[in-house]
Design a binder for this molecule. Sequence first.
Ligand code: URA
Length: 230
Amino acid sequence: MRLDRLLANLPTANRFDARQQLAAGRVKVDGIVVRDGLLDIREFQRVELDDTLLQAGKPALYFMLHKPAGYVSATEHDQHPTVLDLLPEAAEHNLHLAGRLDLTTTGLLLLTNDGHWSRRVTQPTSKQPKVYYVETEQVITADYITAFAQGMYFAFEDLTTLPAGLEILTPHSARLTLYEGRYHQVKRMFGHFQNKVVRLHRESVGPLVLDAALAPGQYRALTADEIARL
Ligand code: URA
């Protein structure tokens, strides 16, 4: 909500009072005097008028989870447990997912209660590289590298995927870097070669790498530096 609206909505105030209070330097946001009533106030910010606390500001929470196989990336599901079941604080703090992984996919998943941050992470224009370790049923050949780098046509969406990087590790395993997140994208890209993905694990999203200390199902809070980097 805009700061001037937040002030004018107080039972004892109106828009004129709000302007006066701002101009007189009586309003602080996160401890700093603010005079611009157009400032957008988030639910995580502390707002004070003189010595009166108008909004305490709830904590903004950010987590990385090592998603195990068998958990759905959704808030509710009638057949499988959801990744939110793995974080006891999820319901209380209204956590949601910043990105999704398929039921059988393992690896790095980000959760937060900060909608601005998760939108920034997931919006297509952010083009954050996502790195996947892939194992396949058939041999992965060098022509996959060219096809993935050129982009692949997805008829259902009528689009061509962004150039993706493929590093072949062994005949049946590779590391794939995508700059977008289409539905079942990795499986569909390998599916183009009639090659079934038998293991899929996300290692990183942008600068965030899955913490090697986290076993499947474990999670930890992101550091301030990690939050700022994404
Ligand atoms: N691509 C897939 O096919 N599945 C995932 O879980 C993520 C990317």
